[in-house]
Design a protein around this ligand. Structure first.
Ligand SMILES: Nc1nc2c(ncn2[C@@H]2O[C@H](COP(=O)(O)OP(=O)(O)O)[C@@H](O)[C@H]2O)c(=O)[nH]1
Ligand SMILES: [Mg+2]
Length: 380
């Protein structure tokens, strides 16, 4: 079974993806789980007859309320798991984002092949734009490295990726895990990744060279909610014991990155700068006192003079440490400050690394995650 969670997507793109999935001989059913019965849902529903295929089922449904966090993509994915386990007899569920323009049945093929081996979970990864994935790198991968440096978690290429396949047994475990089902928001991808590691599920990461082209963000402010929710799940699970010493884990090796991807910029820098420099509150200023003086001074002075040299990968470690200890998701000033600190890191990366060539940039990000791992292993 193939599931596409969706909220408000381009119907043409989504319908083409449904059609593509149905065309794979092994796919018996496509499930679309919508956020609500909105225009997108109704448009898809009205046009389904155009993509139907004999002997195969298409099922559209609205997500149910499973978690206690903001109702979001997590409720959508968990609704799909429940439907898959309790209303079908298929043995694998594939998840793909509905907005992917480059989706093809070869992805399904590639993943299915690995599940014939001993793997229980297959995740897909894609060539990356050097200024994209800034939550993945600076929040999720750094957080996985900080909290679980001795496991496979820091090695996972795209832990927030919505493209993955699970065997039935894994889906059954997830829906019986109240901790996982609680993440109804953007925290879900991290929650699944942590759960798989906790279950020691054999994992394969499959590389898709064509890349995942999908709708892009305009301003980084679009990412505010996602940023906060992705950090909160890391913080809340800090004490979770995970041991993957004997877990089977492998990934495809990456060949040359297409030059079209090497040259892309993921967001509008000019529009982003004011998110860091204007509208500071007294309370945010106060909270800066928790941070080492270099960071406190740097953040304070960047309001007048945009010098972000202070927020390199190693300074980010110091920031992360304080955030894990002090961040309070119920305080707006903390959420706003988290956002600003992250913007400072993203702009540091963009100004001082991304300007020096693709390979150098990507290596600096890998090195940052490596630094988190090494430092935590050293400090025990
Ligand atoms: N069911 C459901 N799907 C969602 C929700 N929010 C986002 N999605 C879908 O999840 C997928 C990934 O979301 P997207 O906005 O593309 O995130 P990005 O790829 O990280 O930029 C898309 O197919 C969205 O339509 C939600 O609240 N409920
Ligand atoms: Mg997308």
């Amino acid at each position: 079974m193939v599931c596409f969670p969706f909220k408000a997507e381009n119907a043409q793109v989504f319908l083409k993806n449904i059609k593509e999935a149905l065309a794979h001989p092994r796919v018996g059913e496509v499930l679309g789980v919508g956020y609500e019965k909105n225009n997108c849902f109704e448009e898809i529903e009205a046009k389904l007859s155009g993509v139907e295929r004999k002997g195969k089922k298409i099922h559209l449904m609205v997500q149910k309320r499973w978690g206690k966090k903001r109702p979001g993509k997590g409720d959508g994915m968990n609704t799909a798991l429940d439907y898959f386990v309790n209303h079908t007899s298929f043995d694998r569920i594939h998840f793909y984002d509905a907005d992917i323009v480059t989706f093809s049945r070869q992805w399904i093929e590639k993943g299915e092949k690995r599940l014939e081996e001993d793997y229980q979970v297959v995740r897909f990864f894609f060539p990356k734009v050097s200024t994209d994935g800034m939550i993945t790198w600076n929040i999720t991968r750094c957080g996985l490295a900080y909290n679980w440096p001795h496991t496979i978690l820091p090695l996972i290429e795209q832990p927030l990726g919505g493209e993955l396949i699970l065997k039935r047994e894994m889906a059954e475990r997830l829906i019986k895990d109240p901790w996982v089902m609680n993440y109804s928001d953007w925290g879900i991808d991290t929650a699944y990744a942590l759960a798989f590691a906790k279950y020691q599920a054999p994992l394969y990461e499959a590389y898709i060279q064509e890349g995942k082209l999908h709708k892009l963000y305009g301003r980084l402010s679009d990412l505010y909610t996602m940023l906060v929710e992705c950090f909160v799940v890391i913080k809340e699970s800090s004490a979770m014991p995970i041991n993957t010493e004997s877990t089977l884990y492998k990934k495809d090796t990456v060949e040359k990155i297409p030059s079209s991807i090497q040259e892309k910029t993921a967001f509008d820098v000019k529009e982003t700068i004011p998110l860091l420099t204007v509208n500071w509150t007294e309370e945010e200023m106060e909270l800066l006192n928790f941070f080492p003086s270099k960071i406190k001074e740097g953040m304070r002075s960047c309001r007048n003079n945009l010098d972000l040299h202070f927020m390199g990968p190693q300074a980010w470690y110091e920031v992360y440490e304080v955030l894990l200890e002090k961040f309070d998701q119920n305080k707006k000033a903390w959420r706003d400050l988290l956002f600003r600190l992250w913007i400072a890191r993203v702009l540091n990366h963009t100004f001082y690394y991304a300007s020096k060539g693709y390979e150098y940039t990507m290596k600096s990000l890998e090195d940052m995650v490596g630094y988190f791992v090494q430092r935590r292993l050293k400090e025990g």
